[in-house]
Design a protein around this ligand. Structure first.
Ligand SMILES: [Zn+2]
Ligand SMILES: [Zn+2]
Length: 375
């Protein structure tokens, strides 16, 4: 992964501070001194192709996940203002369309980036009488981007299923799916995260977590050494209903995979910690596809969907591979042990006898590979 700044010491401090914090310490995540940039990003910033990077195939600027859109709609503006689906598609991934524009050097069209969740984009252009028109439009996401990531199984979906994924596309849900790949979370999230909790929530939640012995009630991972990663979930989704039967202790990962929790973010380091502990505690053994999806990072679901559709065997999740010359074992997010094939959410490492791919490499590998009988 491309990261311009080394934040490890900051993160170490955040972790120390967060040790006794309950559910959300997200506010500390984006306040890293570049608040001005985050403010601007929320409303939209002009971007140069050179500044745009890709994090495992997902568009990124300065360590932040971003969306790319074209405000200038020319003569299409009238239609697009009436119906956003008539407007320019916005991009979320390093799709083939962006590739094509890079090759043709046709990137001078004025692009903007944003990480705003609203789905409403500021657009402008000229109407039939050449008058200047501007407003906001609910633009559609680019299908090529969705296929590139196999987002929600888009690459393997039928035309009508794919249209449905486009129609239902929610930016916040998309961001949260890949949140563990990014070091800086959207500013907007900080204000959303604390909404709706009762005033005594901290003590209620601390109590439930203690009673659970810091073990996730779904995946059974023991979080005694990372207590703040144990959340308390409201089963009926009513954050003010703290009756005991409504509360259950879940690890941050199981929590965000609960239905209707598509908007919960998890930091990369936290996901690594949960998966490391799951691996060390051998929480999962011999699982099926549903269990694999339950425990794997959401950003891996595109790859998992490809593998399942194409008949591969079920991989191990969070496998710790001992590598000579490395002080700590290498965490393979997904591993096919017999084939010595693994996927990492970090820079791939050379390990003799093993094939180790990044997420983006794996998406392209499994996306292209038609069918395999060997695995
Ligand atoms: Zn695209
Ligand atoms: Zn769990």
């Amino acid at each position: 992964m491309k990261l311009n700044v080394d934040l490890s010491s900051l993160w170490a401090r955040v972790h120390q501070m967060g040790a006794e914090v309950t559910d959300f310490d997200i506010g500390t995540v984006w306040q890293d001194g570049d608040i001005e940039f985050d403010d601007e990003l929320e409303s939209g910033i002009d971007v140069d192709i050179e500044d745009l990077t890709s994090e495992e195939g997902i568009l990124s600027v300065k360590g932040r996940q971003v969306i790319l859109f074209i405000p200038d709609h020319g003569f299409k503006v009238e239609k697009a203002l009436l119906d956003g689906s008539e407007g320019n598609k916005f991009h979320v991934a390093d799709c083939t369309k962006l590739d094509e524009m890079r090759r043709k050097n046709s990137f001078e069209e004025r692009y903007k980036i944003t990480n705003n969740f609203s789905g409403e984009f500021p657009i402008y252009g000229h109407g039939a009488n050449k008058q200047f028109l501007e407003g906001t439009a609910g633009l559609n996401v680019c299908k090529l981007c969705l296929n590139h990531l196999n987002y929600q199984g888009s690459a393997n979906a039928t035309v009508s299923e794919r249209n449905e994924i486009v129609n239902q596309f929610d930016i916040e849900e998309f961001f949260s799916t890949y949140s563990s790949l990014f070091r800086k979370l959207p500013k907007q999230y900080a204000s959303l995260a604390k909404k709706g909790y009762s005033e005594d929530w901290e003590s209620v939640s601390a109590d439930i977590r203690k009673k659970s012995n810091y073990v996730c009630q779904y995946c059974s991972v023991d979080l005694k050494e990372a207590k703040r990663l144990l959340h308390v979930h409201h089963r009926n989704r009513e954050k003010s209903d703290n009756s005991p039967q409504n509360l259950i202790a879940l690890c941050a990962d199981c929590h965000r995979k609960e239905p209707f929790h598509g908007h919960m973010f998890i930091k990369h380091e936290d996901m690594l910690t949960i998966n490391r502990l799951r691996g060390e505690q051998n929480v999962y053994a011999n699982c099926d596809w549903n269990t694999v999806k339950r425990k794997a990072d959401l950003s891996l679901h595109g790859v998992l969907n490809h593998c399942e559709k194409k008949g591969y065997t079920v991989p191990e999740v969070g496998y710790l591979l001992n590598v000579p010359d490395r002080t700590s074992p290498l965490l393979l997010e997904l591993a096919w042990l017999q084939r010595k094939f693994g996927i990492v959410l970090s820079d791939p490492v050379e390990v003799a006898g093993w094939t180790i791919l990044s997420l983006e490499e794996a998406l392209s590998f499994f996306g292209k590979n038609k069918k395999s009988t060997t695995r």
